[in-house]
Write a protein that binds this ligand. Structure first.
Ligand code: C6P
Length: 406
């Protein structure tokens, strides 16, 4: 049995008050809260094991390196990569996408090539490809959405003949779960390289890069209970082997002379400089925590809360829900508009009641332009979200309506 009250005990911040009111945290798509185990892992590292990795031959350095590299195996297993050499640590999804842009894109995209992405992308999986197209005089083709907020089936044809395809597994605004397996197969059949943005999907469901069949997958640790500054880029080994480093400096080299340098093996070739060691160890503990809950249970829980949120929000006069109507077609979030009230005002008044949601364009401006709205409000959920928090949101929205006479 999934016991959300018990799970909440693991998250100290959920006992905090905001402005004297109990915190109702409905902004997990922006970043998740962290369980005590993760927070302890970070402080324990500094208390007991602090040393730089892959450098000192002393015992402390070796222990830090062991703990750090162990996380690479945890990530490999978590996403079912073939080898730990396919897991590159990054700061976040954004850095991972840029690594592909500079390491793969600059070398392989040529004038006249086509890059395909979608209108629902977060800027981190849109702007890099827009800029790559601009720099290389390639063409950027954008798959549109239908009235339900799903990718238009007939527009998937755009993938045919493309050189590179970048798509999110789950939209951070519509919540839409995209059929990335199908999209990556279309890309493969067409000889294109594919990148899946897993920022919202990896924290929400089981991820299997071999089953998806993607060439790259990017995700952020901070959205999956891990500390800030952690994330990963999965890349198929043969593609990574042929890629150029994105950052130059220490650790990524094999030999340096005054005349030239040669590169280290995978994955270190792409990890220049001192990494976020303690935080990465925290990522390993977050993965253990998610695995202990079971990713199928996490998915079921988020879907359950989302279904409840869709139902309750649907009952509020003046609320217009954005994106698919069914919870099983969504990651754990719901964006909406409230008639006659700007989303920033919605968020500000909810905040007075201790309710944290996000308002704005959620770093998805092309999508908001396509929807012809300047901004939206978004409630997003995680392993610790309980239905009473959705009830609090609904009560809060009634208060917003009262204040604005909406
Ligand atoms: N979305 C949100 O509130 P970073 O910032 O690199 O960790 O993640 C970027 C990113 C990429 N793709 C998707 C689908 C995302 O949702 C995000 C982050 C947050 O929606 C912060 S803008």
């Amino acid at each position: 049995m999934y016991d959300v009250e018990k799970i909440r005990q693991d998250f100290p911040i959920l006992r905090e008050k905001v402005g004297g009111k109990p915190l109702v945290y409905l902004d997990s798509a922006a970043t998740s809260q962290k369980p005590k185990e993760v927070i302890d892992a970070v402080s324990n590292f500094y208390l007991k094991s602090n040393a730089n990795v892959a450098r000192g031959l002393h015992r402390l350095g070796e222990e830090a390196t062991r703990q750090y590299e162990e996380v690479r195996f945890k990530v490999k297993d978590f996403i079912n990569a073939r080898s730990e050499r396919e897991v590159l640590f990054t700061k976040n999804t954004t850095e991972a996408a840029n690594m592909v842009l500079y390491g793969w894109g600059m070398k392989n995209i040529k004038e006249g090539d086509r890059i395909v992405t979608t209108i629902m992308e977060h800027h981190s999986n849109f702007v890099p490809w827009q800029q790559l197209a601009r720099m290389k005089k390639a063409k950027l083709d954008v798959i549109d959405i239908d009235a339900d907020g799903k990718l238009k089936e007939d527009e998937l044809e755009k993938i045919m003949g493309a050189k590179f395809v970048a798509v999110s597994a789950a939209s951070n605004v519509l919540g839409t779960l995209n059929d990335v397996k199908k999209i990556c197969k279309l890309a493969r059949d067409s000889g294109a390289v594919s990148l899946v943005d897993g920022a919202q999907s990896v924290p929400s469901m089981k991820t299997d890069v071999r089953d998806i069949g993607c060439d790259f997958l990017a995700f952020s640790g901070h959205k999956m209970l891990a500390p800030f500054g952690t994330g990963a880029l999965y890349g198929k080994e043969e593609i990574l082997q042929a890629m150029d480093p994105f950052l130059y400096g220490s650790e990524m080299i094999h030999k340096v002379t005054v005349e030239e340098s040669t590169w280290n093996d995978l994955p270190h070739r792409f990890e220049a400089g001192t990494p976020v060691v303690a935080e990465t160890i925290g990522l390993g503990v977050a993965i253990d925590y998610m695995k202990k809950l079971g990713m199928d249970n996490v998915k079921r829980h988020k879907e359950d809360v989302t279904a409840y949120a869709l139902k309750r929000l649907g009952e509020v006069n003046g609320v217009k829900i954005i994106g698919p109507k069914n919870a099983h077609e969504r990651a754990g979030l719901v964006a909406f508009e409230l008639e006659k009230v700007h989303p920033h005002d919605v968020a500000a008044i909810l905040d007075d009641s201790g309710i944290a949601i996000r308002s704005g364009h959620h770093c998805a401006m092309p999508l908001h332009l396509r929807l012809d709205i300047p901004a939206s409000s978004r409630a997003s959920f995680h392993v610790y979200t309980k239905k009473e928090e959705i009830d609090a949101l609904i009560t809060g929205l009634e208060k917003v309506k009262m204040v604005f006479g909406a």
